[in-house]
Design a protein around this ligand. Structure first.
Ligand SMILES: Cc1cc2nc3c(=O)[nH]c(=O)nc-3n(C[C@H](O)[C@H](O)[C@H](O)COP(=O)(O)OP(=O)(O)OC[C@H]3O[C@@H](n4cnc5c(N)ncnc54)[C@H](O)[C@@H]3O)c2cc1C
Length: 495
């Protein structure tokens, strides 16, 4: 039985811990915070709950392989209801609106009704979304059976057309401003169009729901699964350094003092932090290093406000996209932002009230500015106050019904993520995939270090919860392989 030290109790760390215990090994997960989950978290403010993470959890359709992984991790399965918002995203401009919900047929119909002129482009676009549903393992008229290998293969030509396209370029193929707006606003306009198509396929394929209780409840279920398998979860215990000897990790030095030994080490922290703090900078795998140096691979973050409001004053369901008026772009330098309501989670607010959250994406340079500013409490506080005022003004102008009873609960920024999960520039996903790139998984191995492995969403752009879960599982797979070799070498030596 090997002793496996896992640094970080986010999804990647908990996944590694669960798979380690399931395969008969002995895992200890060290986490700086007093709560497990990493980015998969939330917090309470004045009697309301703010959810930090899940907009959609890929893998909520039971026919997919990812669903089975979530079942193994205790995230989904019997007794866990999944919320599928209808609609999920709505874009509105000049009195016309377009929504994305759970039915691709309905979405296609709505696109055609909105813009018959765009029919050719719509048919091709919807064909590619259907293709993506097959590729991601969903088949059947009602997305109710696993796709066959032949169906997956047949889906490729419809998708290939979009390979070299960005989300912005995809949007410009349509003439109707509402379609253009929806396509440009869901992610940033420099993302790969394939990534956006995959998101549409996920949502309309019933594969992007939100499990009951959202982020905190999901993290708690994963922690409970890990503990029930006999794992050790050391909350409030950060790791300062991995100590090496002769090309092997031997122990971890704990923050606050003391060292603990292990046979294997799995690091789930942001690699820009891992290599510099836990390990020497020069040990970063070349492939990962090259991604950091590649100007086309952007990182991003976001800033947010949460408000409380009357549940019956809500003028939309799911997420709505709101345009930032030009006059306010010096405060909110973005074209759009998302507002999201939580009326389906009754426990998040007192009776009759609910939570409304705004999310504004920002580039790496803006994120770094927030982090630098957070060193000056007064200036940072003032910046957050301006953000809240601007968001409140835009939201109430668009939805006058919300003018009464809107109450600010919190504002958080890339500096919050930097402080909370120690991500270098507040990023909470991996690199944004640009046009013309397909995601490739980087090996979890670190050259020259036999028993120290990486399990972080940064091993595959664009990251996200399923990738974090998968890399955790794969790190344990790599350890199992090493253990088998070791066992074989020992038994041949004893013959
Ligand atoms: C606003 C927002 C919305 C999102 N929406 C979605 C979504 O809809 N769907 C989706 O799939 N993904 C979404 N994500 C992304 C998702 O949260 C991440 O991809 C995922 O949580 C990453 O998990 P991880 O384990 O790789 O990393 P992290 O969550 O960063 O976990 C790393 C952990 O390591 C700990 N740590 C770091 N250094 C040390 C140390 N020295 N010692 C001990 N512990 C340490 C950190 O405290 C942290 O808990 C969203 C994230 C955010 C913030």
């Amino acid at each position: 039985m090997a002793r496996i030290a896992i640094i970080g109790a986010g999804v990647a760390g908990l996944s590694a811990g669960i798979y380690a215990q399931r395969s008969g090994h002995n895992a200890t997960v060290y986490e700086t915070h007093f709560r497990a989950g990493g980015n998969l978290t939330g917090w309470d403010r004045r009697g309301y709950h703010i959810d930090n993470c899940i907009h959609w959890l890929t893998g909520t359709n039971p026919v997919t392989d990812t669903y089975k992984t979530w079942q193994e991790l205790g995230v989904l399965g019997e007794g866990v209801a999944v919320h599928r918002s209808e609609p999920m995203f709505t874009f509105e401009k000049d009195g016309e609106r377009l929504s994305l919900g759970q039915s691709l047929d309905q979405f296609e119909q709505d696109l055609l009704t909105l813009s018959p002129r765009d029919e050719r482009e719509i048919r091709s676009f919807v064909g590619a979304i259907r293709g993506f549903q097959r590729i991601s393992g969903i088949g059947g008229e009602k997305n109710n059976r696993p796709a066959t290998a032949a169906e997956k293969l047949a889906a490729i030509p419809a998708i290939a057309r979009y390979y070299g396209m960005s989300t912005g370029a995809l949007a410009q193929r349509f003439s109707h401003p509402v379609i253009v707006g929806l396509l440009e606003s869901m992610m940033t306009d420099s993302f790969s169009a394939l990534a956006l198509l995959l998101v549409f396929a996920t949502i309309t394929g019933g594969n992007g729901g939100v499990p009951e209780g959202a982020s905190v409840a999901m993290a708690e279920r994963m922690s409970a699964r890990f503990l029930s398998l006999g794992g050790s979860l050391r909350l409030g215990q950060g790791v300062e350094r991995i100590n090496l000897k002769g090309g092997r990790g031997v122990s971890v030095t704990l923050e606050g003092g003391g060292a603990e030994s292990a046979d294997y080490f799995i690091v789930t922290a942001d690699p820009a932090v891992t290599f510099g703090k836990l390990l020497d900078k020069g040990l970063m795998p070349r492939q990962l290093q090259r991604q950091y140096e590649d100007a086309r691979l952007q990182r991003f973050s976001s800033y947010h406000c949460a408000f409380a409001c009357d549940a019956d004053a809500l003028p939309f369901r799911g997420d709505a996209v709101i345009e930032v008026p030009k006059a306010l772009r010096d405060v909110l330098p973005a074209e759009y932002f998302l507002v999201r309501e939580f009326s389906h989670e009754e426990s998040f607010a007192p009776k009759g009230r609910t939570v409304l959250q705004a999310m504004i994406y920002c580039r790496e340079d803006e994120a770094r500015e927030f982090i630098a500013l957070s060193g000056d409490r007064e200036a940072y506080g003032e910046r957050k106050r301006q953000i809240a005022l601007a968001v409140e003004r835009i939201v109430t102008q668009k939805y006058p019904a919300l003018s009464h009873g809107l109450e600010l609960l919190d504002v958080w920024t890339p500096a919050t993520y930097h402080r909370y999960v120690h991500s270098e520039m507040g990023s909470w996903m991996s690199f944004a995939l640009p046009a013309g790139r397909l995601p490739r998984r980087i090996s979890p191995r670190i050259k020259g270090l036999e028993n120290v492995l990486l399990a972080t969403q940064w091993l595959q752009a664009p990251g996200g919860l399923p990738i974090a879960a998968t890399v955790g599982k794969e790190a344990i797979g790599a350890i199992l392989k090493m253990e088998r070799w070791r066992g074989a070498a020992q038994s041949s030596a004893s013959i």
